[in-house]
Design a protein around this ligand. Structure first.
Ligand code: GLC
Length: 538
């Protein structure tokens, strides 16, 4: 069976102009928290389908849906029991097909999330491997013989040793929770099985995948100690994690997956999570025959600081340029505290969004950032994230950025579930009524209106999101000049003032401002208040 042809003209035209993914705006849906269609307090495919018109109106090109598979529930769905089935919490395989059809009809593409580094400990392979050390399934994981101490110093990214004991005394590897045993990619059965999984969803019409832990998969075959330990405060993994990350063989897997995707008409798209500190190393994952996009998280991890932002943008552009790949930009996701809280204000988050949406390459938005949602304060008793639970509460974890979406200000539960439903799976703060999407949709000054306008302008001005950029910084002010590659007579400039004093910048025409208090340029200059960004033209 081959992929269903894309008949929607909007999609076809975009495809004809250029590869659609190069400058796409991709919207990440945290499925559990997006919209609840069946009233059980958990987001699902029915809910997501009902909100697709909202995404079309926002103007995004594609939706990335976090894991929807049957899972053990130990890590928000990133512990998969069955890669070709849908968790009953979310719906059925038929719902995925229906989602794809509805999305395509609205001009949206659908990316799913695939988890190749590890399975659930309840996956049939791991169960068999536990029951019989000599089974073929045991060779698909990393087991070490019984011994008093763990086989080496490898640490779980969620805290503690990366090794746990089996009931018969062996050790098995899990770089995340003990419920997520790492697969052994040296076993060819593993790669064969993932090919089947990819084809299963591609055949259904899915347009691509976000690849979890794409910098992982292979481990040092001799199980040597890592030179250092992982710190969540680093920009990404570096030489200190040399034995567990970024092994050279992983690139063969991405070439193989790219070939699988390219065998479908029009090709399928792959974006990998590549949490490596060295941007040139990240770029290598996006070479022409590997992943289409490789996420770099340096911008996401940069503090509100003009030098950090400007250096990161310049270095990322250069690194991706060296391999001819577009840079994917991301300021927030389901693993990181929300921008409003991280940067210290909604005003800053809005300014950062304009900067990101101007940069050449693709932009990834995380559901709710277009509403300016802050990080929520989640009572300890309600927290679900294994990072919180495994660190004994020392690390807050990621529940605060995974709160159900506030859709309707006046509806019970803010419209996340139909009226009369179960409580949402994480509590929604009552004061979030003021962030509700329905209120913001009709308010021209809202954050939702700002995102809509910015995304619409990306389509109107070829320089935005796809041109050539030169980045300069003067003190706390960053200037990004964007030049269309083809026929745009007027370049666009993005300015952001990350300092505490207003500055005058040269400008003739204001395209868009992150704050309503910016006034039109006069006499060839414009006043840029602190924590503000603008797009100017001409
Ligand atoms: C990725 C996901 C994260 C998950 C981890 C383990 O980093 O983004 O949410 O916990 O992989 O699968």
């Amino acid at each position: 069976m081959t992929a269903q042809p894309i008949e929607d003209t909007r999609l076809a035209q975009r495809g004809a102009r250029d590869a659609w993914w190069r400058d796409a705006v991709v919207y990440q849906v945290y499925l559990r928290s997006f919209a609840d269609g069946n009233g059980d307090g958990v987001g699902d495919f029915a809910g997501l389908r009902s909100r697709l018109p909202y995404l079309a109106e926002l103007g995004v090109d594609a939706v990335w849906v976090t894991p929807h598979y049957v899972s053990g529930g130990a890590d928000g769905g990133y512990d998969v029991i069955d890669y070709t089935a849908v968790d009953p919490d979310y719906g059925t395989v038929a719902d995925v097909r229906a989602l794809v059809e509805d999305a395509h009809a609205l001009g949206l593409r659908v990316l799913l999330d695939i988890v190749p580094n590890h399975t659930s400990d309840r996956h049939p392979w791991f169960r068999r491997a536990l029951a019989d050390p000599d089974s073929p399934e045991a060779a698909r994981y990393h087991f070490r013989p019984a011994s008093e101490n763990p086989p080496n110093n490898w640490q779980s990214m969620f805290g503690g040793s990366a090794w746990s004991r089996t009931p018969d005394g062996r050790w098995y590897l899990h770089l995340f929770t003990p419920q997520q045993p790492d697969l052994n990619w040296a076993d060819p059965q593993v790669a064969d099985d993932f090919d089947r999984t990819l084809r299963f969803w591609f055949d259904l019409g899915v347009d691509g995948f976000r690849v979890d832990v794409a910098y992982g998969l292979f481990k040092d075959p001799e199980y040597r100690d890592n030179p250092g330990i992982y710190s969540p405060t680093l920009f990404g993994h570096g030489p200190e994690q040399a034995m567990t990350t970024n092994q050279p063989q992983v690139h063969d897997v991405w070439r193989r997956w790219r070939a699988v995707g390219d065998s479908y008409e029009g090709g399928k798209m792959l974006v990998g999570e590549v949490s490596l500190a060295d941007l040139d190393e990240v770029g290598r994952y996006a070479r022409p025959d590997e992943l289409h996009h490789a996420f770099q998280f340096r911008l996401l991890k940069s503090d509100w600081d003009a030098r950090a932002f400007a250096d990161t943008i310049g270095e990322a552009l250069a690194a991706f340029d060296r391999v001819g790949a577009p840079a994917p930009w991301v300021l927030g996701n389901h693993d990181k505290a929300r921008q409003v809280t991280r940067y210290g204000s909604l005003r800053r988050a809005r300014a950062a969004a304009l900067l990101m949406l101007a940069l050449p390459g693709s932009a990834y938005l995380y559901a709710g950032e277009e509403l300016g949602l802050p990080e929520a304060d989640v009572p300890d008793a309600d927290r679900r994230d294994p990072i919180f639970l495994r660190s004994g509460g020392k690390r807050a974890g990621r529940d605060g950025c995974r709160i159900p979406m506030p859709w309707e200000a006046l509806a019970p539960g803010l419209g996340f579930s139909p009226a009369g439903s179960a409580e949402p799976w994480l509590p929604v703060p009552a004061e979030w009524a003021r962030h509700a999407a329905d209120l913001q949709a009709t308010d021209p000054g809202s954050t939702l209106s700002l995102y809509r306008r910015a995304i619409a302008l990306r389509s109107l001005h070829p320089a935005l999101g796809s041109g050539l950029a030169s980045v300069t910084r003067t003190g706390d002010v960053i200037r990004v000049d964007l030049l269309a590659r083809h026929d745009d007579p007027a370049p666009v400039t993005c300015w952001i003032n990350m300092g505490s004093a207003a500055v005058e910048v040269p400008a003739h025409r204001l395209l868009l401002a992150s704050s309503p208090d910016v006034t039109d340029p006069a006499g060839g200059t414009l006043t840029l208040a602190p924590d503000t960004a603008v797009w100017t033209h001409g």
